[in-house]
Write a protein that binds this ligand. Structure first.
Ligand SMILES: Cc1cc2nc3c(=O)[nH]c(=O)nc-3n(C[C@H](O)[C@H](O)[C@H](O)COP(=O)(O)O)c2cc1C
Length: 203
């Protein structure tokens, strides 16, 4: 490999503050569903979200100050709903701060349906839904923690699921995906290309 100096177009990013506000990155956007202590539904948008490996584990980064984190510690379960691009406003409104009584009254306007294997709810009109049992929480990423769960049941709108008889490009075109472009932008993905994997690559 050839090594030379830093290219002229590359400038240093300031690490004395968090780097993440200084450029855009592509992220998923989901609503994590939990139960507050009084049994009411809580939904909170999360973009720091990832599969945890190739098996059925899901993870997201959360502030321990958030209801979501304490709810999961207490109940041991959570749900994940993936909103469609048309639901971006709903998704954002779920981050409305709690009132003086600790309630998020905006959630009364959300239509939901129940999970089957865990005590939880999903947003109606989402396209992908996971029921998760809490697996592990790892504290200490600055002020944040990584919460992981095992996906014990999953549901999907059939238009969004891959089908043997359909071309993947058509599936994405006909059922577009929502991308969060941190910080503060979003995009609708309805066009895509096949990824140019190297021959004989093993995952
Ligand atoms: C677009 C968007 C993305 C967000 N991503 C995250 C995230 O990845 N992790 C997090 O802890 N909070 C995230 N938040 C903030 C929480 O969703 C918000 O503070 C929420 O009200 C917490 O609710 P809770 O106290 O019911 O858990 C995000 C908010 C928005 C609007």
């Amino acid at each position: 490999m050839n090594k030379s100096t830093i290219p002229a177009n590359v400038v240093e990013v300031d690490t004395s503050v968090p780097v993440w506000g200084q450029f855009f990155t592509v992220a998923p956007l989901v609503l994590v569903g939990t139960r507050d202590a009084d049994g009411s539904l809580d939904l909170a948008p999360k973009h720091m979200v990832t599969p945890m490996g190739w098996q059925n584990y899901f993870g997201f980064v959360c502030s321990p100050q958030h209801g979501t984190c304490s709810n999961i510690e207490r109940t041991g379960v959570f749900t994940v709903s993936y909103p469609r691009p048309s639901q971006v406003l709903y998704t954002s409104l779920a981050a409305t701060p709690r009132d003086a009584h600790g309630d998020k009254l905006i959630l009364d306007y959300f239509k939901t349906f129940p999970a089957k294997e865990v005590d939880g709810e999903f947003i109606e009109d989402g396209y992908l839904f996971f029921e998760c049992r809490h697996f592990k929480t790892v504290d200490g990423f600055g002020d944040n923690c990584l919460i992981t769960g095992e996906i014990v049941a999953a549901w999907g709108d059939r238009d969004f699921l891959r089908r043997a008889e359909a071309d993947d490009q058509e599936t994405i075109h006909e059922a577009p995906l929502l991308a969060y472009l941190h910080p503060g932008r979003f995009a609708t993905i309805d066009r895509s290309n096949g990824f140019p994997f190297p021959e004989a690559m093993k995952k």
